[in-house]
Design a protein around this ligand. Structure first.
Ligand code: GDP
Length: 199
């Protein structure tokens, strides 16, 4: 997919205030600092999302309109240790309400840092998506930070961990926003779904 246009539409904290249109929506989520803003900027081809030095700061559902055809949604980062319990609970309810209540949500992308071992919070979030039959893919971020053999090893470890709970490994992408890796794979995947929906 070629990106012809991408623009920020709105931020809000409530699913009921999200854009009232029927176009397909793809939401990106992950632990703070996973590289979500960088990935969104790579996909959109310019700096629409803030690359934040303060993880956990974004507490909003951010909508971007891409090619006047689909919404890219930047959800709050979860699992940042330094925010208070009440802030965490607020994140949680914004995310849960969005995921369960947003009819236009077509697919989610759960970002995980390829350098880290499988994290409980990501596993739990993916289980929640599975239980609620929300389609999702995993996006491994920061692939440039590992040697190819380490990357392969970590993905294998991740797959094995997933297979303890899942019948098969969910669809996944390997990306690096620094090196532009995986951009076309993710965009082509979205395009393919959009084309199916338009039939
Ligand atoms: P967010 O909190 O998930 O939105 O993460 P950011 O996009 O703000 O990135 C967190 C940090 O990781 C920043 O210092 C980024 O420069 C860095 N980062 C993000 N993506 C990549 C990547 O693909 N490669 C490398 N080497 N660094 C990255």
């Amino acid at each position: 997919m070629q990106i012809r246009s991408s623009r920020f539409l709105m931020s809000n904290q409530n699913v009921s205030q999200c854009p009232n249109t029927s176009i397909p929506e793809y939401a990106f989520i992950g632990r703070s600092n996973v590289g979500k803003s960088s990935l969104i900027n790579m996909l959109c081809q310019h700096n629409v999302a803030k690359v934040s030095g303060t993880p956990g700061k974004t507490q909003l559902i951010n909508h971007f309109l891409i090619n006047d055809e689909w919404h890219l949604v930047d959800l709050p980062g979860y699992g940042y240790a330094k925010v208070s319990k009440s802030v965490k609970e607020k994140f949680q309810s914004i995310i849960t309400d969005y995921v369960l209540g947003r009819e236009q949500l077509t697919s989610m992308f759960v970002l995980v840092d390829c350098r880290h071992e499988p994290q409980k919070i990501d596993m739990e979030f993916m289980s929640f998506l599975g239980e609620n039959e929300i389609p999702f893919s995993i996006i491994f971020t920061k692939a440039d930070k590992l040697r190819p053999s380490e990357l392969e090893h970590n993905i294998e470890v991740y797959k094995n961990k997933m297979l303890e709970e899942w019948e098969e490994m969910p669809n996944y992408f390997v990306t690096s926003s620094d090196k532009g890796i995986g951009k076309n794979d993710v965009l082509d995947y979205i395009e393919q779904i959009n084309n199916e929906l338009a039939k």
